[in-house]
Design a protein around this ligand. Structure first.
Ligand code: PLP
Length: 392
């Protein structure tokens, strides 16, 4: 008997249920094709929506920043001074998104851990969509506020919960994902805003999968719905469509100023490196110059989804380039993913607890980096595997 036996038992149980996460190793740059576990495969996995993760302009910017400024930030920004490249990035992000101010964090995850506890505490209440991202849930828990989950994308349920609970608390906040990452559906933000306004509640949206994807030239969900100045806090990430790494909080300048004083991941953890920040700046340049990459992403997504439906696959309720291929039980999804890999397509199975039991799927992530020929190769593999496994 050892004090870690229970962990091995848990791991064995995951394997028996088809829920164990086997992590593959990539040895090529990001792009439409990857070398995964030594094999060249079509990439249907990554969040590199615009193909920026290996873009020459971003690489050049990162190289130059490395030469000019070195690789490490060497300390927390609030203690030892902040680098000009981070300040410039925040200014440009605020302009790009049409908000008063922006602050950057190490990741989208830490942005959520920073912003929620800075705005609500023990005497307060959070109304949170049932399917919100894990980092929102963790940020909410850290805040100590009462968390009340409302039915997914259901504004009626949200208002019912507000009516029943609001009066018992000091302050309140509504938090929703912008694009839900597992289903690809979009939050009904204009209706949620009306409710927030009616009850005078802070409104926060986490637009990790909308940043660089939704709105004019990828300006995000607030731009998509024309809600400028109405959403108090927009959280975003530069690890997805922006192709680099880092989190953003954008909104009213008073909130951003407060986060520089009270956002714990800002105060107690170093920033992303100068080359990271410079690469993000190059991404903003590209997005401001042209909508071409964003347009290509949406054309590709439309084509792939239409053809998948024609083949008889159930692609769920997605309204975005995220394309879930619904399969039901986790072992089938894992078997499907394995067979796709053998057929030269890298697309991961997703099961519980990332999605509900019985809702296992393959999630295909479409990118502007894909050519029509790439998409056709992927469709062909899905058809062959789908027939072999009796799905279509
Ligand atoms: C991916 C994601 C995050 C985390 O972003 P990172 O920058 O990778 O930490 C946060 N929120 C949502 C909704 C996400 O989809």
């Amino acid at each position: 008997m050892s004090n870690t036996d229970w962990i091995q038992q848990e791991i064995d149980a995951l394997k028996a249920q088809g829920l164990y996460n086997h992590i593959r190793t990539i040895s090529s740059p990001q792009g439409a094709w990857l070398t995964v576990d030594g094999k060249k495969v079509l990439n249907f996995c990554s969040n590199n929506y615009l193909g920026l993760a290996n873009h020459p302009a971003l690489i050049a910017a990162a190289k130059k920043a490395t030469e000019d400024l070195g690789v490490g930030p060497a300390a927390v920004r609030s203690i030892a001074g902040t680098m000009n490249v981070h300040v410039e990035l925040e200014k440009r992000l605020a302009q790009f998104k049409g908000v008063e101010a922006a602050i950057t964090f190490q990741s989208g995850f830490t942005a959520n851990l920073a912003v929620v506890p800075a705005l609500v505490g023990k005497e307060d209440v959070i109304f949170s969509d049932k399917l919100n991202h894990a980092s929102i849930i963790d940020g909410c828990r850290l805040s100590g506020a009462k968390i009340i989950a409302y039915e997914h994308n259901d504004v009626k349920s949200l208002e019912e919960q507000i009516k029943a609970n609001l009066s018992q608390y000091r302050r309140a906040m509504i938090i929703t994902d912008g694009v839900f990452s597992m289903d690809g559906d979009i939050a009904p933000l204009p209706d949620i805003y009306e409710v927030a306004k009616k009850y005078d509640i802070l409104l926060m949206v986490d637009d990790a999968h909308g940043e660089g994807v939704l709105g004019k030239g990828g300006r995000g969900i607030v731009d998509h719905f024309g809600l400028h100045g109405k959403v108090d806090v927009e959280v975003g990430t530069m690890s997805k469509a922006f192709g680099v790494v880092g989190g953003i909080v954008a909104g009213k300048s008073v909130i951003i100023e407060w986060l520089r004083q009270r956002g714990r991941p800002f105060l107690f953890s170093s920033a992303v490196t100068a080359p990271d920040a410079a690469a993000c700046l190059a991404a903003v340049d590209l997005l401001e110059d042209s909508t071409q990459l964003v347009d290509k992403l949406w054309d590709n997504a439309k084509y792939f989804k239409t053809e998948m439906k024609n083949l008889g696959f159930n692609t769920g309720v997605s309204e975005t380039p995220i394309t879930p291929v619904m399969l039901g039980e986790a072992p089938l999804a894992q078997q499907f993913s394995k067979a796709l890999f053998e057929a030269g397509v890298f697309a991961m199975a997703i099961g519980f607890p990332t999605v509900a039991q019985g809702k296992a799927r393959i999630r295909v992530m479409i990118s502007a980096a894909h050519s029509t020929d790439d998409l056709d190769k992927g469709l062909d593999a899905f058809q062959r595997v789908g027939k072999k496994l009796g799905v279509v």
